[in-house]
Design a protein around this ligand. Structure first.
Ligand code: UT7
Length: 355
């Protein structure tokens, strides 16, 4: 039976370290608050004008491609997960193709708009392409340059202190090995709470979804058949062009959905928790990971956390954490590994694999 294996993995973290105290110099926050509520000590920011979501992805992708023993031109398909794309359109997939110097046009490139769950969705999608026989070398990337789009005033502190920049990538290939590869994936969504964690403006909604907003404001989107407005001066003045999160609401859902989907994917593959060697959860908040660990009764060495160093890197967090765990020898050939994520949408999901 053909399965999909991760033939190569890579990560990239920009060099600039931003400590909690650095944020304290621009907004009302404190190292104590941030560490107590999230576990985060520092995060990385890309260098403006030099680094973008795509360039960071390219660093991670080159490592993954090299470790798989192929060259960029051997890649058949790119799946790119991000919520902080370089452009509104085209997506980062084609920009990554160009950045990697892939000139052949038989390749396909697709962007995934699933925020924190983007990489888990991407892995499940790439797995289908490989197992169907359509492609042999699928590159799945999660990358974010959050630091370009955050509100650095006190108004945005509940969101801004959490996020960091970075990228992770895997190169998927088919394998006939019985004890290796992706065993199962489970994907979920619930659009009921779309606005609870969202980046709404600029957008083409024209106020249509206002009834779902806690405080709906008429930004003067235009009423004529022509000339609707994406972005108004008032949106900018009101700080409505930044991410919004109802933190406590999202937290409650996350701690419920993580354990559920982890159990589900184990069941789908006919495995159980006692066989799990490593859980690599999306790094949303250390308190969420600890809560999930307690509920599932996992030991410390069964859960990988690195949010302390990198913050929440959204679509990049799972591949960065997986890569780090592999590089540090915490995940070895044959280990049963579960990747799980929850985030904006809401969307959530998990992949189970044998390394
Ligand atoms: O990755 C995608 C999924 N995301 C998540 O799963 C995130 C889930 N949510 C969370 O992680 C937490 O809700 C946060 C870390 C975002 C916030 O922690 P919290 O304990 O839920 O705080 P809160 O939003 O309830 O705010 C408590 C207080 C408020 O002050 P008052 O109203 O009690 O006076 C906030 O204004 O903390 C204040 N606050 C801050 N104070 C210092 C909010 N952000 C900050 C800050 N520094 N950065």
């Amino acid at each position: 039976m053909v399965r999909t294996k991760i033939a190569g993995i890579g990560k990239y973290l920009p060099k600039t370290i931003v400590k909690n105290d650095d944020l304290q110099s621009v907004m009302e926050t404190s190292d104590e608050w941030i560490q107590e509520r999230t576990g985060i000590q520092e995060r990385r920011y890309g260098i403006k004008h030099e680094e973008t979501t795509t360039t960071m992805a390219a660093h991670a992708a080159r490592t993954a491609i090299e470790r798989a023993g192929i060259t960029p031109n051997d890649v058949d398909f790119i799946l790119f997960a991000t919520l902080s794309p370089d452009y509104y359109f085209p997506g980062c997939g084609v920009l990554l193709q160009r950045e990697l110097g892939i000139t052949k046009t038989t390749i396909g490139a697709m962007d995934i708009r699933n925020q924190c769950t983007g990489f888990v969705y991407g892995l499940a999608t790439g797995d289908q392409f490989i197992r169907s026989g359509m492609y042999r070398n699928v590159l799945v990337v999660g990358a974010e340059m959050h630091s370009m789009g955050l509100d650095y005033s006190t108004r945005g502190r509940n969101v801004t202190v959490i996020f960091g920049d970075g990228a992770g990538a895997v190169l998927l290939q088919p394998t006939e090995e019985a004890d290796q590869g992706i065993l199962a994936s489970k994907l979920h969504s619930d659009g009921t709470y779309a606005e609870k964690l969202a980046f709404i403006n600029p957008g083409a909604h024209g106020g249509y979804h206002n009834r779902y907003l806690e405080e709906a404001v008429d930004y003067g989107y235009g009423n004529d058949a022509f000339g609707g407005i994406f972005l108004t001066e008032k949106m900018i003045a009101d700080g409505m062009t930044f991410p919004y999160m109802d933190g406590p609401f999202v937290f409650k859902f996350a701690v419920q959905k993580f354990p559920e989907v982890i159990q589900e994917v184990l069941k789908e593959a006919g495995e159980n928790l006692s066989n799990l060697d490593m859980l690599v959860p999306h790094q949303a908040n250390l308190r969420i990971s600890q809560f999930v660990q307690r509920i599932l009764k996992l030991r410390d060495d069964q859960v990988w956390n690195n949010i302390q160093k990198y913050g929440n890197t959204t679509a990049a967090s799972v591949p960065i954490a997986l890569c780090e765990a592999v590089e540090e020898g915490a995940i070895k050939r044959g280990d049963l590994v579960c990747l799980a994520a929850f985030g904006s949408g809401f969307t959530w999901g998990a992949n189970l694999l044998r390394w």
